[in-house]
Design a protein around this ligand. Structure first.
Ligand code: ATP
Ligand code: MG
Length: 403
């Protein structure tokens, strides 16, 4: 039994973006390297047309599972490397067919000769290999129109690669090629999925979470930390800013009419995220909002909340059905964390009858009696940062170095 020793990685949408191609490829190489941090023997070579991984003994199934989820990759193909002589190609091809779990009944060989110094033409090479397999791997027939398996033989200047099966990858754009955004991460189902969808379009995410101890528990916070860690695997790394929000919550509760507390709370949250956005040189805010789900997510509410910023607020879930969001959450493995039963700061201070159509003039009037600025400054000064890189949580000293 021979083990696959290479993986051919095909680029996704980046092929369309000729001008930025090098930046995209370089970013993707870094992202693949990060995703494979715990497979230290894998060697990555990012070429213009595709990426080649040399496994050096690492398990191909595990490596494929990992990199299929890296945004910017269209498909992955495990391959065998053969020496550049016909006998070696024939031997490896036969062995390839023999080690397949489901044996093909009909096959064909496709040879691509990129290295013209190879003395035999593509057609003839295919015929030679085909004949060798027919004789030695019975029962099997050649069928060029409707084969179960296309055995691909690529003759490159550096070596020959033999492959058969290709696995589709997730697509998207490499994280880090579309700038950076601040994700408002609650412990719910939606916001992690919103972050995921923006990462899929190449946006690098930093997370911001508002906590209100003692009204919110350590367990609620742990949920968010666990979600941030999950997302770090996709984002490459993850910075989570935990903002102490208790004093602000209490002030809103005391000073703002009950049916407007949610609106004001959201506006203050956005103001704080906006300050962090500037500090962290990000260019957008991402939320898990979804039109019509709850009082604060009506179009009127968004209009009134949005007044406090002119930074783009990206809401990738705006038109999704809840069931679609839940499916995505399961797919990215955040669902089980999100449904752990702990209160977040919003549910605790939730009024009985929040306004579904809050009005800008009214909220500005109510806010004019309260000076939130010193409270905002204090909250920002006391932010706690949690950072995940290389699939590990960083210690406090490392965090200080990073900022
Ligand atoms: P989610 O499932 O993401 O919690 P939701 O449907 O429960 O969303 P809301 O609780 O109204 O909706 O929150 C809307 C959005 O506001 C969230 O998706 C998130 O982006 C942001 N948000 C809510 N609470 C917090 C919080 N404590 N910290 C940071 N962001 C928050
Ligand atoms: Mg929520």
């Amino acid at each position: 039994m021979i083990e696959y020793n290479h993986i051919i990685v095909r680029y996704g949408e980046i092929t369309l973006k000729q001008r930025n191609r090098n930046t995209f490829i370089e970013q993707l190489r870094r992202n693949v390297k990060g995703a494979l941090a715990d497979f230290p023997n894998v060697k990555i070579e990012a070429r213009h047309e595709r990426m080649m991984l040399t496994l050096n003994g690492e398990n191909h199934t595990k490596v494929i599972e990992r990199i299929r989820k890296v945004f910017g990759i269209h498909s992955v193909t495990p391959a065998f490397k053969a020496k550049k002589d016909l006998q070696s190609i024939k031997d490896i091809s036969l062995e390839y067919i023999n080690q397949l779990e489901t044996k093909p009944q009909k096959f064909k060989v496709e040879t691509k000769r990129a290295d013209k110094s190879f003395p035999i033409g593509s057609e003839e090479t295919s015929r030679e290999i085909g004949a060798h397999i027919l004789i030695n791997a019975q029962p099997i027939t050649v069928d060029v129109h409707n084969p179960d398996l296309v055995l691909k033989v690529e003759i490159k200047p550096e070596a020959v690669f033999i492959s058969g099966e290709t696995f589709k990858a997730v697509g998207g754009l490499p994280v880090g090629t579309s700038g950076r955004a601040m994700l408002m991460l609650s412990g719910g189902i939606d916001s992690p999925v919103a972050g995921y969808l923006m990462m899929k379009r190449g946006v690098e995410i930093e997370s911001v979470h508002f906590e209100s101890p003692p009204f919110t528990s350590d367990k609620a916070k742990q949920k968010v930390i666990d979600l941030a860690e999950k997302l770090s695997h996709i984002n490459g790394k993850m910075v989570l800013h935990v903002v102490p929000f208790t004093e602000i919550q209490k002030t809103i509760h005391e000073k703002i009419p009950a049916n407007y507390t949610i609106t004001v709370m959201r506006r203050v949250m956005i103001k704080i995220v906006e300050r962090l956005r500037i500090k962290r040189e990000a260019m957008a805010i991402v939320t898990g909002e979804n039109l019509g789900q709850v009082a604060s997510q009506t179009i009127e509410s968004m209009f009134t909340i949005n007044e406090v910023t002119n930074t783009p607020i990206l809401r990738p879930l705006i038109s999704h059905d809840k069931s679609e969001i839940m499916d995505l959450a399961r797919e990215i493995d955040t669902y089980e964390i999100s449904i752990r039963p702990f209160e977040d700061c919003c549910t605790i201070f939730k009024p009985a009858n929040p306004k579904t159509k809050p009005i800008r003039e009214k909220v500005n009037h109510f806010e004019s009696f309260v000076d939130f600025n010193p409270l905002i400054d204090e909250a920002i000064e006391n932010i706690e940062k949690v950072i995940f890189t290389d699939r590990k949580k960083k210690e406090k000293t490392v965090i200080d170095e990073l900022f």
